[in-house]
Ligand binder design. Structure first.
Ligand SMILES: [Zn+2]
Length: 336
C-alpha cells in the first residue's frame, strides 16, 4: 500500500482514508485517519502544529470530505505529533474532542504548566542521570517543545475508556488502551473490518519510545508496555494494523513477539554492562552508542531509565545515590 503524499490521502477501505502529516524529527511523518461517519467524518489524530500543517489539512478537507464536515476529533495520546492540531480541528469544525482521561488531563497539564517549571524538572532529571554539561546547557537554550507544537484543546471532552465501544459509520469499534509509550493510549479495533488502529503501541519497523517521565521518576513503563502488548494477542493474526508511524501491516503476533524479544535482549545487554556501576546516562549510552545530538539526549536518558527502572523493579539491578545527587546502578545477580 502506497503512503499518501503530504496533502493527499490513500483509501484503506471505502470510507477509511490514510493521511500523512509531516514532522520535523524522525520518523518525519505521523499517520492520521479519516473515517466516514454518518453525515460527516471522524478524524483520528491531527498531527503536530508545525508550519504549513493547517494548510495541508485545508487542502485535504476541500478534496476528500465530499462537502461533509468533520464531526468528531479523536486523539490517541498526548504526544505533540498526535494531539498538536486537535484543538485547531475541533474549533475549525465545531467538533467535540474524544480522548482517554489520562491523555486528556496530561495534555491540559502540559499546556497549563509553567514552562520554567517543566524545564527545571527536565534539567533535574538530567543531573540525576549524570548527563554531560553540554546537554544541560542545551536544555537551558531550547524552546519548550510541547506548547509551541500543540494548540489549546477544548475545555471539555468525551471520555474514551478500555472496554467501551464506538459506533463509527454504522460499525462497532472496540476501544482498547495501550500503556507504556503513553499512559492510556487509545487504540480502536473493528472485528467486522479486521482492522486495528494501533496508534504508537505496535509499530511495524521500530519499537515505540518507552521512557520515564520526569513527573513519575520511579515508574516502570516498560513493564506497562509489555503487559499491555499481551492484551492485543487475542486479536486475529490476519488483522490489518494501522500504525501511527510507518505503513499498515499484517502480522500482529509476529510483531509482538519481535518487540518482546527486542526488549529482553536490551535488558540482558544492559544487565551485563552493569557489572561495573554506571550512571543512567552511561547506561543509556550502552543502549544507544551512536546517538550524539543534544536534541535526542533527553529521549536516550528517558529510555535508558525505563530499562534501568525495569531491572531494579525485577530485582536484577540496584540503584544507589552518590553524595553529588547522581544515581548509579549496578547488577544485582551474578547470572546476568
Ligand atoms: Zn507518535
Amino acid at each position: 500500500m502506497q503512503p499518501p503524499l503530504p496533502g493527499e490521502t490513500t483509501e484503506i477501505r471505502p470510507g477509511l482514508l490514510w493521511v500523512r502529516m509531516p514532522l520535523p524529527f524522525a520518523p518525519g511523518h505521523v499517520n492520521c485517519w479519516l473515517l466516514r461517519d454518518g453525515d460527516g467524518w471522524l478524524l483520528v489524530d491531527a498531527g503536530g502544529g508545525v508550519p504549513g500543517a493547517e494548510a495541508l489539512w485545508e487542502g485535504i478537507f476541500a478534496q476528500v470530505l465530499q462537502g461533509l464536515p468533520v464531526t468528531r476529533v479523536l486523539v490517541t495520546h498526548f504526544h505533540y505529533d498526535h494531539v498538536g492540531l486537535a484543538g485547531w480541528a475541533c474549533e475549525r469544525w465545531q467538533a467535540p474532542l474524544l480522548m482517554s482521561r489520562a491523555e486528556y488531563l496530561l495534555t491540559r497539564l502540559l499546556l497549563a504548566e509553567d514552562t520554567a517549571v517543566l524545564m527545571a524538572q527536565q534539567r533535574a532529571q538530567g543531573i540525576e542521570a549524570g548527563a554531560p554539561d553540554g546537554y544541560l546547557r542545551f536544555l537551558a537554550s531550547r524552546a519548550p517543545l510541547f506548547r509551541s507544537e500543540v494548540r489549546p484543546v477544548p475545555r471539555h471532552y468525551q471520555v474514551l475508556a478500555a472496554g467501551g465501544t464506538l459506533r463509527i459509520g454504522g460499525r462497532l469499534w472496540q476501544v482498547r488502551t495501550g500503556r507504556g509509550h503513553a499512559p492510556e493510549m487509545v487504540c480502536l479495533y473493528c472485528a467486522e473490518l479486521g482492522l486495528l488502529i494501533g496508534a504508537d503501541q505496535i509499530l511495524p519497523r521500530i519499537s515505540p519510545y518507552i521512557g520515564v517521565l520526569s513527573l513519575e521518576p520511579d515508574a516502570d513503563p516498560l513493564a506497562d508496555f509489555l503487559a499491555s502488548n499481551d492484551e492485543f494477542r487475542d486479536l486475529p493474526e490476519g488483522t490489518l494494523v494501522l500504525p501511527s508511524h510507518g505503513e499498515p501491516f499484517v502480522g500482529l503476533h509476529a510483531r509482538l513477539d519481535w518487540i518482546d524479544a527486542h526488549h529482553a535482549e536490551r535488558l540482558a545487554t544492559l544487565a551485563a554492562a552493569l557489572a561495573k556501576p554506571m550512571t543512567a546516562y552511561e547506561a543509556a549510552r550502552v543502549l544507544f552508542p551512536r546517538v550524539m545530538e543534544d536534541s535526542q539526549t533527553g529521549f536516550v536518558i528517558g529510555e535508558g531509565l525505563a530499562h534501568l527502572n525495569h531491572l531494579v523493579a525485577t530485582g536484577r539491578a540496584r540503584r544507589e545515590w552518590r553524595t553529588d545527587g547522581v544515581a548509579t546502578y549496578r547488577r544485582a545477580r551474578a547470572e546476568d
